[in-house]
Design a binder for this molecule. Structure first.
Ligand code: NIG
Ligand code: FE
Length: 396
């Protein structure tokens, strides 16, 4: 469960991936050579002088949207806060307007180019949220777009219904909550049961001026009853006691947590609720840094995500790990575990993803360097450094 405990380096190692795409053997090259003859392999990659790492896992993204928000970056640089922009009708509301109006084919094509960009910087499993529709039709449209990407691209996807990402204009929190509980979730349940859609997680933006604790609780609980994992935005801009709520509901993960309290940290540690930290958001919005060290000390499973969205335009987990080390004061080993096995845990996928172990999916990176730390140390240019991205044994 906790990657920090077993980060292990094998010098002169080999990995064997079976024809089913799963890891069949991993260990010292000599011991693998003693069991397998080279002729039995379809393909052999000589990675001498290189290093092999598990594929990276991005535990939090909002990659389905239309409409450019580059102009808001200038507003924020000039001093506007995230909520100033949001209240002025920008932010999520701006993206909602454009996403509602967008054609499915355009959303599919922008999503696939974003996911390909993530693949090129080593992400092999990514969480993808809806949340720029805020009404039935567009929320389902977004989930279908994610489903289409799952069918057509090699990257692994964990999908999240995030209909409670903001309160739609003209509605109260109570009305919006009612719409989610009575209209959106029942429809989603129908789609999931018919096999038309496979959704994994439920998310709510639990924040002052967005969804309060009571409405968050009822939405998350309803999602859990449908079999979705709870994985939500909490304690980002204000201390909301989201961490305590998540622990009480058995949430798999809570994201952001810039404003989490000591009590919240203790509750998450006790409930084995993972913290998904998003260093790009704190960096861009100049928020207080998430308390990674306190969380690690308390025994919380700390994961990382890019939070890719029109506010935090970052597709690269190596950059996220770099920020986690410099700004959140994580060690490089902690950051790697947070961007692999712990992120897989946050998505309920740690039995199949997140580390190089027998029976797990053969998702890995081969770096053009003998020292794996270069993936974090180098600030950018990672496409050069990552020689191969491999998913289920296939070179991507
Ligand atoms: O995780 N905090 C809420 N949601 C996103 C931002 C979405 C947006 O601004 O479009 C986040 O940072
Ligand atoms: Fe987010």
């Amino acid at each position: 469960m906790d990657g920090m405990q077993y980060l292990k380096i094998i010098e002169n190692g080999s990995v064997v991936i079976g024809r089913d795409g799963r890891i069949e053997a991993v260990g010292a090259a000599d011991s693998i050579k003693a069991v397998y003859s080279e002729a039995s392999f379809d393909k052999v990659i000589d990675a001498s002088g290189m290093c092999v790492l598990p594929g990276l896992v991005d535990a939090h993204t909002h990659p389905v949207w239309a409409g450019d928000r580059v102009h808001e970056f200038a507003m924020k640089l000039a001093g506007a806060s995230y909520m100033d922009v949001h209240r002025a009708g920008g932010g999520i509301h701006f993206t909602v307007g454009h996403t509602r109006a967008a054609e499915v084919s355009d959303l599919v094509s922008s999503l696939s180019s974003r996911l390909k960009r993530m693949l090129r910087t080593g992400t092999t499993l990514v969480e993808c949220k809806s949340g720029y529709g805020l009404e039935l039709h567009t929320e389902m449209k977004m989930l279908e777009v994610i489903e289409e990407a799952r069918r057509t691209l090699p990257i692994n996807i964990s999908s999240t219904y995030c209909g409670a990402h903001a309160v739609p204009k003209g509605k109260t929190v109570a009305e919006a909550t009612e719409d989610i509980l009575q209209v959106q979730l029942p429809k989603l349940k129908e789609y999931m049961e018919s096999g038309a859609m496979k959704v994994n997680n439920i998310d709510v933006f639990c924040e002052k001026g967005v969804y309060d604790l009571t409405s968050t609780k009822s939405i998350l609980q309803a999602g859990k009853e449908m079999g979705l994992n709870i994985n939500f935005h909490g304690d980002e801009l204000h201390p909301m006691n989201s961490a305590q709520l998540g622990a009480e509901l058995g949430a798999l993960a809570i994201s952001h947590l810039e404003e989490v309290t000591d009590e919240g940290i203790a509750a998450m540690a006790k409930a084995s609720t993972a913290a998904v930290l998003l260093p790009t958001t704190a960096y861009i919005l100049r928020l207080p840094q998430p308390r990674a060290r306190d969380m690690l000390k308390a025994g919380i499973i700390v994961a990382l995500g890019s939070d890719f969205n029109p506010n935090a335009y970052c597709c690269s987990m190596p950059i996220v790990m770099h920020l986690a080390c410099v700004n959140l004061r994580m060690s490089m080993s902690e950051a790697l575990a947070a961007a692999t096995i712990n992120a897989a845990y946050a998505l309920g996928c740690s039995r199949t993803h997140g580390s190089l172990e027998v029976h797990k999916d053969g998702d890995l990176l081969i770096l053009n360097t003998t020292r794996w730390e270069h993936l974090i140390y180098q600030l950018g240019g990672h496409q050069e450094l990552i020689r191969y991205v491999i998913i289920k044994g296939n070179i991507i």
